[in-house]
Design a protein around this ligand. Structure first.
Ligand code: HH2
Length: 278
């Protein structure tokens, strides 16, 4: 499928697209606290759009391992003004949330994508999402961010993630969500150790073969730190390498912190793929 229907927008996925991350949280793993202030957050989002981001993912609750839950009113207060302002400026806005009430209010405020790391398993999330026209990102995770890193034993991580995502696609179809609104994410770093993440990235084709656009979030993740020995803000080269490995296997959306550098890497990638010899 080469387009993703996102509310009033249609995202053309004939080339890979870039989702810029905007965490309006005090505690996100790589940029926590930096964009908690509203004006700084908006400036950062506008900068990512100027750098070539195709959409912005706004999150008001950290999903880093062990993170504390944020009550819905607090999450709403963090994300709604940002979602409303950016969408009024014509930006495609995704909301990174697991809570049905946050999904509902964010879509009412202009969000056209729901990015749910729990794949709409929260009570009421499926029905709520079905009642909107937003695109849905279904991501694989086990448990919750608080518990997930205690649950990283897989017989075959690629098989399990593929089966889980297939079952969530079926649940969405039964709830009346059309296929052109669904994107799938293997959930790098969510209940997975370094080895699992590498196997999943190597075997990403199995997820792409499910027939929906695949989105990957590898940017600055701890597995890259473990492989390279680099701190969070030193992981750009590793992030670009991992991102291109995913795109080479068919990923169509990449969720990143460093938009300008990602766009440059993808520009070269596209140019090479589009080149014709004499
Ligand atoms: N990763 C994070 C958060 N949301 N959503 C999707 N679809 N895929 C991901 O891989 C993904 C995600 C974690 O990264 P980040 O937002 O930078 O940190 P935090 O959750 O601590 O805010």
């Amino acid at each position: 499928m080469t387009v993703l229907r996102c509310g009033r927008h249609t995202l053309d996925l004939t080339r890979p697209r870039v989702m810029g991350i905007l965490n309006v949280t005090p505690d996100s793993f790589s940029d926590g606290g930096r964009f908690h202030d509203r004006e700084r957050a908006l400036d950062h989002a506008r900068g990512m759009i100027a750098d070539g981001a195709d959409l912005i993912d706004v999150g008001g609750e950290s999903t880093r391992p062990g993170a504390d839950a944020v009550p819905a009113p607090e999450e709403l207060a963090r994300v709604l003004p940002i979602v409303a302002t950016l969408s009024s400026e014509g930006t495609i806005v995704s909301v990174d949330t697991t809570k049905p009430e946050v999904m509902r209010e964010a879509v009412a405020a202009g969000a056209s994508m729901i990015n749910d790391v729990r794949a709409l398993q929260e009570d009421g999330a499926l029905e709520l999402a079905a009642a909107t026209d937003a695109a849905i990102v279904l991501m694989h995770m086990r448990g919750t961010p608080r518990t997930m890193q205690q649950d990283t034993q897989y017989d075959d991580v690629v098989d399990e993630v593929q089966a889980f995502l297939r079952s969530r696609v079926d649940a969405c179809r039964q709830a009346g969500i059309t296929d052109d609104r669904l994107a799938l994410d293997p959930g790098f770093g969510f209940a997975k150790d370094v080895d699992d993440n590498l196997k999943l990235l190597h075997g990403l084709r199995a997820i792409v073969d499910l027939g929906h656009p695949v989105i990957v979030g590898l940017s600055r993740k701890s597995s890259l730190g473990k492989l390279t020995g680099r701190l969070t803000d030193e992981r750009l080269p590793a992030s670009l390498a991992a991102m291109l490995a995913a795109v080479a296997r068919g990923a169509r959306l990449v969720r990143v912190h460093d938009v300008r550098e990602t766009v440059d890497a993808l520009t070269v990638w596209d140019a090479v793929n589009g080149a014709r010899g004499p």
